[in-house]
Unconditional design. Sequence first.
Length: 94
Amino acid sequence: MHTVDDFIQACIHHEPSDQAMAALAARLGLTQAALIDGLAAAMATRYLQGQLDFAVADKVVNRLAGYAIRTDQIQPLMWSVYLAFVAGEYPHHG
């Protein structure tokens, strides 16, 4: 992965690998923590701007959260974005 767009395309198919995340962080000059929050912010922004539909954004955010949980790198912004997408997965009546 070299760009956020590459990250999105990869996450449509599978959770990002440790190597891919490390390479993307290095390429962008970010820590892993900053990368995770930055990617979550990018997903939320792109969704809100209509650049991604809910299904794609939700899948990517779920895979990012899975990576963060698996590697014990849960970040505050990423977690908030994740919870917002989780809430959007279910109908809310009333």
